[in-house]
Design a binder for this molecule. Structure first.
Ligand code: HEM
Length: 158
């Protein structure tokens, strides 16, 4: 029961993060591109600011639930006397998951800061550049996230 709850929290947080990146990349940004920069850049800055808050909460949930599940499996395996061998797809998930979090840190604390400074100065070309960098990194993180889901779910299909 507790394990099922942890896995549900883990997956909901993943859905918010990946779904939000998909929506931003494929729906919000193309729609915002129809607006002139003085409207588009502030709109994207506000929308991204709210999304990044949700991602920060999701990352906390992913780490706590994922770490907790790992710990539960290790303890249960030890109690039954067997050795703990982490499945390959779990290694992939943890390593790539941490890479996604580091990339998010770069987006949030370097690029998004640059975007907010540009909006405050009404420097639309600088804002457009910051948005273009954010877009590139979000595309990378979305790809990594999709790879993780694919690897983990294909791994459990055996
Ligand atoms: C980096 C920290 C992470 C840790 C420590 C972690 C750990 C875990 C653990 C222990 C499970 C339970 C597996 C099972 O019982 O079958 C799990 C499930 C899962 N995780 Fe993660 N995870 C992390 C990050 C991520 C990320 C970033 C994603 C996706 C972008 C992800 C996607 C999934 C999925 C789809 C499942 C469900 C697998 C299933 O139902 O069999 N995880 N995670």
């Amino acid at each position: 029961m507790a394990y099922a709850l942890l896995k549900t929290a883990h997956l909901l947080a993943v859905v918010v993060w990946l779904g939000g990146m998909f929506f931003t990349h494929f729906c919000l940004r193309p729609a915002a591109m129809t607006l002139p920069p003085p409207q588009r850049v502030p709109l994207m800055a506000i929308a991204l600011g709210r999304f990044f808050q949700a991602v920060a909460v999701s990352i906390g949930l992913i780490l706590v639930s994922g770490g907790w599940m790992l710990w539960r499996v290790v303890v249960t395996t030890k109690q039954t006397g067997g050795p703990f061998n982490m499945p390959l797809e779990w290694h992939v998930m943890v390593v790539l998951g941490v890479a996604m979090m580091l990339i998010f840190g770069h987006i949030r604390f370097a690029l998004y800061k640059r975007l907010r400074r540009a909006v405050a100065a009404q420097d639309w070309p600088a804002g457009g550049e910051a948005l273009a960098s954010i877009r590139g990194w979000v595309a990378i993180n979305l790809t990594i996230g999709a790879v993780i889901v694919l690897v983990v779910l294909m791994g459990t299909a055996n």
